[in-house]
Design a protein around this ligand. Structure first.
Ligand code: COS
Length: 383
């Protein structure tokens, strides 16, 4: 029997989508990227442009009013936005992270209500899993949800919540039965206006400064019982299934940041003259660029392979999602660091975008599970 090959190429539609998002990102998002970083302000212009063009939450299925983009299209959208502004790429990425638990496990009523609102641009979605003492060890969370008649009452603190304060909707994992460990955790939708919900001061971060990261406080937040996502006790598994899919979007973000850095450095070395010629003519520089492009392409192929698994919800997605996130983020860190090096002293200044890209790349090795946790996940799910 002839061997079977799984050739993978992006389709013409995917490449048309890439061209469209690239044009939009260059026209409407790139002009603000440096200032958004410098001021540490939310990129409202990006949100407006993405919502106006239905690119803020492309993963939402058509049934719920979304554009029903496949996982690879979502990756391409995030990649192209991150190429010019990593902070802005967190709008579609975290909208997917926050709402995917509803999409994967929520009732029809919750899906219609919240995925619909997200698709219509009525509010962004954040994801609340981590706590001050429960980061990598997510099962050790303390936030409690206690049943009281037809309501659940939430108390606790979530930390490192991306887009907190800006988002209208929050998927929150909380302990409903402390004796059952991971099987005693449930997921809920909490709204910004629910009484008792408040936010901490924005964290002062190294990068992605345009995307607010804050603590979220739950002080007797009472929500109707039908806001539970799926059955009681399934919240941790839903949170992990979500991350299997969305780690692919962090890989996409890493690819975009790295591509932005490589594109900029490629242009610079042709212009910059030393020793009487463009530095692009020196073999030492050429070898650096070749390595950067090679690593980026390897990361892209792994990420797109993971996106295909995400789309089909294959059983090896857990491995592929972790591998893509880990590999692409490590590649982005190396590539952006080398891109700064190619610009020499200029790369180290804020007059050029590369130091921002290098700072932004760092978070991709940390969030949605550190790259050490990705290796734990891969080792437990070896293909
Ligand atoms: N899909 C579905 N269920 C999953 C799963 C997945 N990918 N991964 C784990 N689970 C389930 C397990 O099957 C287990 O269920 P049962 O007890 O019913 O068998 C349960 O979840 C607990 O899993 P496990 O025993 O593996 O938990 P551990 O505490 O050993 O470790 C890790 C889990 C470390 C992998 C997890 O806590 C993790 O991913 N941590 C990082 C969290 C993270 O990414 N934080 C970033 C926040 S988002 S910015």
């Amino acid at each position: 029997m002839a061997a079977e090959f799984d050739f993978f190429r992006t389709s013409e539609e995917h490449e048309m989508l890439r061209d469209a998002v690239r044009s939009l990102a260059e026209a409407k998002i790139a002009p603000y990227a440096a200032e958004v970083d410098e001021a540490g302000r939310f990129p409202a212009e990006a949100r407006e442009a993405l919502e106006a063009n239905d690119l803020h939450a492309v993963h939402v299925p058509e049934t719920y009013g979304g554009s029903g983009a496949d996982a690879l299209s979502t990756v391409i959208v995030i990649e192209e936005i991150a190429r010019v502004c990593a902070s802005s790429s967190l709008i579609p990425a975290v909208n997917k992270l926050g709402s995917l638990p509803v999409q994967l496990a929520g009732s029809e009523e919750l899906k219609t209500r919240y995925l619909g609102a997200l698709a219509r641009g009525e509010g962004m979605f954040s994801y609340c899993l981590s706590e001050p003492d429960a980061g990598s060890d997510a099962v050790s969370m303390k936030t409690r949800a206690v049943r009281d008649g037809d309501s659940w009452v939430l108390n606790g603190v979530k930390r490192w919540i991306t887009n907190a304060g800006v988002s209208q909707f929050y998927t929150v994992m909380a302990v409903t039965d402390p004796d059952k460990r991971s099987r005693g955790i449930s997921a809920f939708v909490v709204e910004k206006d629910d009484e008792g919900l408040s936010f901490g001061a924005p964290e002062k971060k190294l990068g992605i400064k345009g995307s607010p990261t804050r603590e979220v406080y739950f002080d007797n937040v009472r929500i109707p019982a039908d806001r539970m996502i799926g059955e009681e006790g399934t919240g941790f598994a839903t949170a992990m299934r979500t991350l299997d899919h969305t780690r692919v979007t962090i890989a996409a973000q890493a690819l975009g940041i790295a591509q932005g850095a490589l594109d900029y450095a490629k242009g610079y070395v042709k212009e910059r003259k030393q020793f009487g010629k463009a530095i692009a003519d020196f073999q030492g520089i050429q070898f650096m660029l070749a390595d950067m492009a090679m690593k980026l392409e390897a990361a892209r192929q792994l990420t797109y392979a993971a996106a295909a698994r995400s789309e089909r919800a294959d059983s090896d997605l857990t491995f592929f999602g972790a591998a893509a996130k880990c590999y692409a983020s490590d590649a982005a860190m190396e590539i952006t660091t080398d891109a700064v090096q190619l610009l020499g002293g200029y790369g180290y200044t804020r007059d050029y975008p590369l130091e921002r890209m290098m700072r932004d790349a760092k978070i991709t090795q940390i969030y949605e599970g550190t790259n050490q946790i990705q290796r734990v996940v891969m080792a437990r799910n070896l293909p």
